[in-house]
Design a protein around this ligand. Structure first.
Ligand SMILES: Nc1nc2c(c(=O)[nH]1)N[C@H]1C(S)=C(S)[C@@H](COP(=O)(O)OP(=O)(O)OC[C@H]3O[C@@H](n4cnc5c(=O)[nH]c(N)nc54)[C@H](O)[C@@H]3O)O[C@H]1N2
Ligand SMILES: Nc1nc2c(c(=O)[nH]1)N[C@H]1C(S)=C(S)[C@@H](COP(=O)(O)OP(=O)(O)OC[C@H]3O[C@@H](n4cnc5c(=O)[nH]c(N)nc54)[C@H](O)[C@@H]3O)O[C@H]1N2
Ligand SMILES: [Mo]
Length: 757
């Protein structure tokens, strides 16, 4: 562990620091030789898909496609450390719960199925058959299938996800909350309504032709490092790169590509952003509105495209005309002059791509913001032409594929009809719970079994105290998982841990070694096959766990569950029957590099209610919770807090305690704050504060964060997720999409009682 320090980071992102970090993490996990061989198989046509993120790779067969944080994800999975039955015998659950999340995951890979024993407060070994039988017993004892929740995290493969949703629907519910509910749900909601499909419209090749890239609310240097390679190429050929972010993220400023000798020799790397706008948290809707207003004023729009392909333009124009620059400046934190600069760049560009991440989706007005960004694209016909389009950058490596496979609490009747026909059953029609709805159902005693396919529900969700109370009230909690995490410790009366194979490991079934498939952010589907020996001989693959659980639970099922998993080609043949775009799935996916699923909006085929792409007008909101609360509590200084990822974590998995590019070392409990705000509070950097969120139903507290003076707009704070999740109220979420608003949490700061470091 590095020493605690806050110090300025002067270098570019990537560079030697990234290489040093890769070696450090491989070494730390004890997998030096195996780790490097494993990395060389990452994102290769015959290798596995990097579990790091959902950024695509060129044709999926470049020579050396991995990045620092992908390497950490791989090393974490390939670790030599093991959590064995002896480990569980040595620790009670209460004991384990006293450790932090970093320690829990650092104990290594889980090795055999475990059952919670309440008499001793220990997890004890159990057989797979007994684990499935206990789960089946609980599921079949429920008054209604709707009393069970089946969560999915986005690493789950297409094959596992397809079988899983089939099992759940044959069992009788659509209660399929998933990590998407907390992530890009607003992107799907916004785009589906507006352009008829909830996925990004660009491919990687479009980045070679774009003349301008607008990057909203995303930190690719940490979360999609391979995107920096794409941005670097674009910057080098003169593409304008405009960034909107409250923080100056180093990866968006300068990048030294470890695969470029010239970059590595220079001290600065390549400049990425040509302009950088540090707007206020939540200010993007105002910015997109201001740019559109300026473009309209200049009359520089694609009239032909608007007439032929869109509707709603007049209402949109009227809304823009009514918007004042004073409101736009006030809400965005940028000046009219700055926004007009961006409009000039936009007008000069013949092909523009807008990308966005969690800085856009995790707000109350996220759906409106995404629609405002899409309006901007429509103004100049920037959807469905080379080098242009909308690019929501997904998180988990197969989160997009899981949705495609039917992991969705609101399935369409058409999808259910095809599924029912292919498997000869009546799928339930009633919509199920999403993440927030699921937590509420547990708290109300209406959900009694929680089943997690991956992920870390107890820690990734908002309102941690209440979520955990909900989990503890369950009759049964089950986690299919690779590593120990908090969710195993905040358990129901009965609880099971089902350890599974990871992406990097070989998956042997009756017909031999199997590959699974995944879909990246740009709708490329390809195969992924691990090659490492499994972490333990007792692990099952995710498809095998689903199939055996289904066989144990569903007595009446006509689905040949155990036959399907003998050869995953059989699962893929079924997927081909049910899911659009997967015809001839097996022959197509076995071609190196896989295939493109296509995107109707890219073809200017608008599958919306009106058959056109819609301009959807949204006034700049001035009544967001933060505005209202500031008025109601004029005597308190209420900040807008965004909860973000550090460079050394993968969501709730903490790899290390440094956030190198932001200058934080050896610690995570920090709160970034503007210098003027520090002065106004009479506080100073280095003091410890408690954060209390202010909400209509009361206050929630997170204790002891170190104040770090930072270049962040006044009134805004940043701190790390998940330490701050307890501050996010359960009902603070995106309109319509219901994504927890974890990037706009109204908080007040008070000095911590004990100020010792
Ligand atoms: N190494 C690593 N890779 C990952 C992950 C990880 O944890 N670690 N997580 C994966 C997952 S699931 C996801 S969803 C993605 C997440 O990737 P990102 O979308 O990059 O997620 P965050 O770290 O939450 O960063 C959000 C960024 O938005 C900015 N921001 C916050 N609020 C606003 C705002 O109101 N407006 C604007 N314009 N900017 C804002 C923050 O300053 C920050 O730079 O990454 C994926 N990849
Ligand atoms: N405050 C705040 N909260 C947030 C966010 C935020 O920005 N701020 N971001 C949200 C976002 S974007 C997301 S996507 C969610 C993430 O929520 P989740 O997806 O639920 O969380 P992860 O931390 O990605 O899950 C990590 C666990 O997955 C398990 N795992 C890893 N690999 C595998 C595998 O191959 N198979 C199986 N079965 N299990 C595996 C390991 O046991 C590990 O402990 O969190 C959300 N929560
Ligand atoms: Mo995510």
């Amino acid at each position: 562990m590095s020493r605690q320090a806050i110090k300025l980071y002067a270098g570019p992102a990537g560079g030697w620091g990234a290489l040093r970090s890769v070696l450090h993490h491989i070494h730390e996990q004890g997998v030096v030789a195996r780790g490097i061989t494993t990395l060389l198989h990452s994102n290769q046509p015959d290798g596995f898909d990097c579990p790091g993120c959902a950024w695509p790779d060129k044709n999926h067969h470049s020579t050396f496609e991995f990045c620092e944080n992908g390497a950490k994800a791989v090393a974490a999975e390939a670790t030599e450390r093991r959590v064995t039955r002896e480990f569980f015998a040595a620790h009670t659950v209460a004991d384990l719960a006293a450790h932090d999340d970093y320690w829990l995951e650092a104990q290594g890979r889980l090795t055999e199925p475990m059952r919670y024993d309440s008499a001793t407060d220990h997890y004890v070994p159990t057989s797979w058959d007994d684990a499935f039988a206990l789960t089946a017993k609980h599921l079949n004892a429920l008054a209604s299938p709707d009393e069970a929740l089946f969560y999915t995290s986005g690493r789950t493969s297409n094959e596992a996800a397809f079988l899983y949703q089939l099992f759940i629907r044959e069992y009788g519910t659509n209660n399929l909350p998933d990590c998407s509910n907390m992530c890009h749900e607003p992107s799907g909601t916004a785009m589906k309504e507006q352009i008829g499909i909830g996925k990004g419209t660009v491919t990687l090749e479009d980045f070679d032709h774009a003349e301008a890239l607008f990057i909203f609310g995303q930190n690719p240097g940490t979360n999609h490092p391979r995107m920096l390679g794409t941005l670097r190429e674009a910057a080098k050929r003169g593409c304008r790169i405009v960034v909107f972010n409250p923080l100056r993220e180093r990866g968006l400023e300068r990048f030294a590509d470890p695969q470029s000798p010239l970059d590595m020799l220079s001290t600065h790397g390549t400049q990425i952003a040509s302009s950088y706008y540090q707007l206020r948290i939540g200010g993007d809707l105002a910015v997109a509105t201001g740019i559109a207003k300026a473009v309209l004023e200049a009359g520089d729009v694609d009239l032909e495209f608007i007439a032929q392909h869109t509707d709603g333009f007049d209402a949109f124009k009227a809304t823009l005309d009514a918007e004042t620059w004073a409101t736009i400046e006030e809400q965005s934190g940028l000046t009219e002059a700055q926004i007009r600069e961006v409009a000039a760049i936009y007008m000069a560009s013949k092909a523009t791509i807008c990308t966005w991440g969690m800085g856009i989706t995790q707000h109350k007005h996220s759906v409106a913001t995404i629609q405002a960004i899409t309006n901007l694209l429509l103004l100049k016909g920037n959807i469905g032409k080379p080098g242009a389009g909308a690019c929501p950058v997904r998180g988990h490596s197969n989160v997009q594929g899981d949705r495609t496979m039917g992991i969705y609490e609101k399935p369409s009747p058409a999808f259910l009809a095809r599924l029912g026909k292919a498997f000869d059953f009546e799928p339930p029609q009633q919509h199920g719970h999403d993440v927030v709805g699921g937590i509420e159902a547990m708290l109300a005693g209406e959900a009694k079994v929680f089943f997690g396919m991956g992920g870390n529900f107890a820690t990734a969700t908002p309102d941690s105290d209440r979520t955990r109370q909900g989990l503890r009230q369950c009759d049964l909690t089950v986690h299919v998982t690779t590593k120990l995490n908090r969710s195993h410790l905040e358990h129901g009366k009965d609880a099971l841990i089902m350890p599974c194979l990871g992406r990097t490991e070989v998956d042997i079934q009756a017909a031999g070694a199997q590959g699974v498939t995944v879909e990246d952010s740009m709708s490329m589907v390809h195969i992924s096959a691990g090659m490492n020996a499994p972490a333990s001989e007792h692990l099952l693959s995710e498809p095998a766990i689903v199939a055996r659980l289904a066989a144990a639970t569903l007595q009446q099922s006509k689905t040949p569950w155990l036959w399907l998993i003998e050869d995953y080609d059989r699962i893929r043949d079924k997927i081909a029957q049910v899911i659009d775009g997967f015809e001839d799935f097996n022959p197509r996916v076995h071609v190196p590099g896989g295939f493109y699923l296509g995107n109707s909006a890219r073809d200017r085929d608008w599958r919306t209610a009106s058959g056109k792409a819609g301009f959807i007008a949204h006034a700049v909101p001035t009544d967001l919770p933060i505005n209202t609360l500031r008025k109601q509590h004029a005597e308190r200084r209420i900040f807008n807090l965004m909860t973000v990822r550090s460079h050394d974590q993968y969501n709730t998995t903490i790899y290390g305690l440094d956030d190198r590019y932001r200058g934080v070392f050896g610690q995570r409990r920090v709160c970034f704050i503007n210098k003027a705000d520090l002065a106004a509070l009479g506080f100073s950097a280095g003091q410890w504060v408690d954060m209390t969120s202010v909400w209509h139903d009361g206050e929630r507290v997170a204790k002891r964060f170190l104040l770090v003076e930072y270049d962040i707009p006044q009134g805004c704070l940043a701190s790390y997720y998940p330490e701050t999740n307890n501050l996010v109220p359960l009902d603070s979420m995106a309109d319509r999409a219901r994504t927890p608003a974890s990037k706009s949490v109204p908080v007040v700061l008070t000095l911590s009682e004990s100020v010792a470091a």
